[in-house]
Design a protein around this ligand. Structure first.
Ligand code: ZN
Length: 283
């Protein structure tokens, strides 16, 4: 099964939708189920009773950075949700039938409901404000890196950083040592295809023209994916499907490049499969 990665655009869409309907609501009750696997690998609090501390908390803020969504309560508690790969968050008005496939269900004081399901990687954590700063996911996406939708992401800074990176583009844009937060392999393939660059190229060897193409491709991809309601297969808070069709990925296997007609190739690189056009991307 191919699992959809929830990257910056999708996490942002969910956080914005949640912000619209959940601010000011009080958490009245919750239900957790089938979470043992998640607990074992640290995707959910080891002590289930930690979640009791969310009770009676009023939601005062909801934001996302990178791929992570943070729900801030007025009682010093936070709910950190990282949908990562295939995670699903749904919101229900009163009396609507809800999905049975969830790990956490939250009922608010007006009987509206939020369900959260983590399909593969990802997490649901109830954390105090102090605990938050020790959380790997929080540190990864909220405290490190530049977010490509924030003002800090400007060409001057990005090109300076690229010049100092003697690493390949994959490790510059995706993973632990990435300069940016919120991108995974899926976005990466589209970005370098748009910028007409090989994933093997090193940051420091790019020309000004290539850096500019890369910068603009990142901005354009994220903007487009947000405007189209996320990647295809992605479901928003109301179950509505995203309309962004990736230019590169398993869906274009065996097809030809829309720019030049060359056959799309699959390459194993940097711990994942990358689909690319060998002609446009100069392999
Ligand atoms: Zn091509």
């Amino acid at each position: 099964m191919r699992i959809l990665s929830i990257e910056l655009p999708e996490a942002l869409i969910l956080a914005k939708q949640m912000d619209k309907v959940l601010i000011g609501k009080k958490i009245e009750s919750y239900h957790l189920q089938n979470y043992e696997r998640m607990q074992k690998v640290g995707f959910l609090n080891k002590n289930i009773l930690d979640f009791d501390q969310l009770l009676n908390g009023n939601i005062i803020d909801i934001k996302s950075r990178g791929n992570v969504i943070l729900v801030d309560l007025d009682n010093n508690m936070n709910l950190l949700i990282a949908p990562e790969y295939g995670g699903e968050l749904f919101y229900y008005e009163e009396d609507k039938a809800i999905t049975k496939k969830y790990h956490m269900k939250i009922v608010f004081n007006d009987n509206t409901i939020l369900t959260v399901r983590i399909k593969s990687m990802g997490c649901i954590l109830a954390l105090t404000s102090e605990g938050l700063s020790n959380s790997y996911m929080y540190k990864r996406d909220f405290l490190k890196g530049i977010s490509p939708i924030e003002d800090d992401f400007n060409f001057e800074r990005f090109s300076k950083d690229l010049n100092l990176c003697n690493r390949n583009l994959k490790s510059i844009l995706v993973g632990k040592e990435a300069l940016l937060v919120g991108l995974s392999n899926s976005a990466f393939q589209d970005i370098i295809y748009r910028a007409k660059l090989s994933p093997k190229r090193k940051g420091s060897e790019l020309t000004e023209f290539e850096m500019d193409a890369l910068y603009n491709a990142i901005k354009a991809l994220i903007k487009e994916r947000i405007e189209l309601g996320g990647k295809h297969q992605f479901l928003d808070l109301y179950g509505k499907k995203g309309k962004y069709n990736p230019s590169m990925g398993p869906n274009v296997k065996g097809k030809s490049c829309s720019e030049c007609g060359s056959e799309i190739e699959k390459m194993s690189f940097g711990g994942g499969q990358i689909y690319l056009c060998p002609n446009c991307q100069g392999l």
